[in-house]
Design a binder for this molecule. Structure first.
Ligand SMILES: Cc1ncc(COP(=O)(O)O)c(C=O)c1O
Length: 358
């Protein structure tokens, strides 16, 4: 088995959950576990959260909903953020007791056709200009006529991780107006960043953190004390001696300035290590940070090694939770992206190991 691995600390996950629950006050948490729990592994993450009291989970679609329901008791709500796209999805909602988020009448009609009797969320757009119901009052009445349960009304902030952005207050104002104009059992607006930036601004019954559960601070200058749960690591599988002037990896983009040693590590872009780290990223070894030299390959990357004590078989880490290790959001920033993308690009083939009590 290749040593490329993702190690996930479930204790950290549970600590993050409790911290977020504290921050949420009386509001319940809908844990966002879509896209394979942001790459961390849907089932172990959802099971750990269920064990510490979470009873509401958001996934993307019916396919993820089926996977989750197969190992989750029926007292947990499973919400499909992307709703349903066809009658088969509607049937899956009936069969597995899933709650779709709906934005138009066609979805409600498909659910009726499938003889759905469960609950639906309605999503309104308050300024993000992504999915959102047009004619909310009509949709609410259609939900009532169809005798579905209305679980609640949700909207999504576009700029919560930039709290000073004026769109936040506009969205909050519009959402509050919707709360006044409608009668729903629950209202939900806040994602991780919203929960940290605007916890008391909005009377909200359910909050929807994703990123924060996985231990990334959504607003860097307002840290909550979250602990990263994932460590991306591998092993040095060979040490090579190269001569001054020799190039390393595809296209010869890096040339050895003197006779030196390089370490070949089993971690490449097919594992989820961004190719943009070529010639600019680092791997962390207990003896220090080792620069990635040359292009990151599909299955390998190469590191410059100065310390004679570094040897074949040693472990290196690309991001993690220990004090001296970089955070996933820092690595993402180096690649002009965000931790969400870095996490969701972590490959299926990475060996995922779960540690901790949960
Ligand atoms: C509708 C909705 N709510 C909540 C979330 C969770 O967001 P975050 O991971 O920033 O907490 C997402 C994530 O994309 C989302 O699409």
């Amino acid at each position: 088995m290749r040593p490329a691995s993702l190690t996930i600390d479930l204790n950290h996950l549970v600590e993050n959950y409790h911290l977020l629950q504290q921050q949420a006050g009386k509001a319940a948490i809908m844990a966002v576990v879509k896209a394979n729990a942001y790459g961390h592994g849907l089932l172990p993450i959802a099971q750990a959260l269920y064990q510490c009291g979470c009873r509401s989970f958001a996934v993307t679609d019916a396919t993820e909903g089926i996977q989750l329901r197969q190992t989750t008791a029926l007292d947990a709500s499973i919400i499909l953020f992307s709703g349903i796209d066809n009658i088969d999805d509607a049937k899956v909602c009936v069969q597995h007791q899933l709650s779709p988020v709906c934005v138009h009448s066609t979805q409600l009609a498909m659910l009726q056709k499938a003889d759905f009797k469960g609950s639906v969320w309605l999503k309104v757009d308050t300024g993000m200009n992504r999915l959102g119901a047009e004619g909310l009052a009509l949709l609410i009445s259609e939900v009532e006529q169809a005798k579905f349960q209305l679980a609640g009304i949700m909207s999504h902030l576009a700029c919560a991780d930039t709290p000073e952005h004026p769109l936040n207050l506009q969205q909050i104002k519009r959402f509050k107006q919707i709360q006044q104009d409608t009668l729903a059992p629950a209202y939900s607006l806040l994602n991780s960043a919203g929960l940290i930036a605007f916890p008391s601004n909005i009377p909200t019954d359910i909050v929807r953190p994703g990123l924060a559960l996985y231990g990334i601070e959504p607003i860097t200058d307002q840290p909550l004390g979250l602990k990263p749960i994932a460590e991306l690591g591998s092993q040095i599988i060979q040490i090579r001696n190269i001569k001054q002037g020799e190039s390393v990896s595809y296209n010869g983009t890096w040339v050895a300035p003197y006779d030196m040693r390089i370490a070949i590590v089993a971690m490449g872009y097919a594992d989820g290590l961004p190719r943009l780290l070529s010639n600019q990223g680092h791997a962390w070894h207990p003896l220090g940070a080792l620069p990635i030299v040359g292009r990151v390959c599909m299955d390998y990357c190469m590191l410059a090694v100065e310390d004679a004590n570094i040897k074949q078989g040693d472990k290196v880490v690309f991001f993690g939770s220990q004090d001296n290790q970089p955070r996933a959001n820092q690595v993402a920033a180096q690649c002009q992206t965000i931790a969400y993308e870095l996490f969701t690009h972590l490959s299926e083939r990475l060996h995922r190991t779960y540690i901790g009590e949960a």
